[in-house]
Design a protein around this ligand. Structure first.
Ligand SMILES: Cc1cc2nc3c(=O)[nH]c(=O)nc-3n(C[C@H](O)[C@H](O)[C@H](O)COP(=O)(O)O)c2cc1C
Length: 307
């Protein structure tokens, strides 16, 4: 089974990937949080995107850059830049549910018009120098939309389809509609991966029991709440507090090096998920809530690990 790390904007960037690989070993694959805006044709990745995609920041890891955009020329140009940088695949974000993104006809907004989506994908797949995979939701408002979307995808030469079986209006709420993933797995002429609410071995077992052809599971929030999740799913030992501490320290040191005092805010975002590793997540939250400065944060972390 391939376990990959989900793209999570603001969290699973290159710093997180490296720290995680250092402590828990490399995941089978990683997807970058969405890269946006895409460079104009003739331009280059700049700023944060340039840092995120720098091959040196991703050395030794199987990283697939994810692009967010609806302009085929820019997507193809970006794929060309990525090919020159040594990447082997490009992933398109057809799932971001944010109102601002959808209003611009990007992310899940691209699912609104299946005909336009097919024209876009055919064009991108034909001209992209890299194989193109897609991460998708199953519709905007109703999962019956997925019938037509799956038809569209099946007509395109995709490298892989990663299905997060929620509609845009679900945001991250409600149970994933796994049966829709099952349909894609049966019908699509290319590999299909599953993503959504896999938090423990029982979740993964239930999925693979229902859909035994599953070969690739993408892990998101479950992996943030338990950074040893992929190892556990593969039959390995459970997370220890000593490992969690090592991971925390590696992450905090790397963020501090990259962004100085802003590392505290970054770490607190991660704690929003990682507090679930503790017997009393609310106590963890209370201990960290008021920390602003690095010294306050570091004292709070000491307290948390002695809880
Ligand atoms: C904070 C946050 C940021 C996310 N950023 C991205 C992103 O950049 N690209 C993307 O395709 N999905 C993004 N997602 C969605 C996740 O990749 C994943 O599809 C979703 O969390 C469901 O999987 P999970 O239940 O395993 O977390 C994001 C989700 C969250 C909560």
């Amino acid at each position: 089974m391939l376990y990959s790390m989900a793209p999570m904007e603001g969290i699973t960037g290159s710093v997180f990937r490296r720290a995680h690989a250092e402590v828990f070993g490399a995941m089978g694959r990683y997807y970058t949080p969405f890269v946006s805006p895409l460079p104009k044709v003739g331009g280059h990745f700049v700023g944060r995107n340039k840092r995120e995609l720098d091959p040196a920041a991703n050395a030794g890891l199987d990283v697939v850059p994810q692009l967010l955009g609806n302009d085929a020329d820019r997507v193809v140009w970006a794929a060309g830049l990525l090919a020159q940088m040594g990447y082997k695949e490009v992933n398109l974000n057809l799932g971001c549910p944010s109102g601002a993104v959808v209003a611009k006809g990007k992310g899940a907004g691209m699912l609104r018009d299946p005909h336009a989506l097919e024209a876009f994908l055919q064009d991108v797949c034909e001209r992209s120098p890299l194989p193109v995979s897609v991460k998708t939701r199953i519709g905007i408002a109703d999962d019956s939309e997925f019938d037509e979307l799956l038809d569209v995808y099946s007509h395109c030469p995709l490298a892989e389809l990663i299905v997060h079986p929620r509609v845009q209006k679900d945001l991250y709420r409600g149970a994933p509609r796994q049966a829709r993933y099952g349909e894609a797995l049966e019908q699509a002429p290319f590999p299909v991966a599953y993503n959504g609410d896999i938090r423990c071995a029982a979740d993964a077992e239930s999925l693979t029991k229902k859909y035994p052809r599953t070969r690739h599971i993408m892990l998101g929030r479950g992996l943030l709440a338990n950074p040893a999740l992929a190892r556990e799913l593969a039959g390995g030992p459970a997370l220890t507090m000593a490992e969690l501490r090592r991971f925390h320290d590696a992450l905090y040191d790397a963020y501090t090096e990259q962004m100085g005092g802003n590392a505290v805010a970054r770490m607190k975002e991660w704690w929003g998920y990682a507090e679930g590793c503790f017997a009393d997540p609310k106590a963890v939250h209370r201990a960290l809530r008021k920390a602003r400065r690095a010294d306050e944060y570091e004292a709070a972390v000491e307290k948390v690990f002695s809880l």
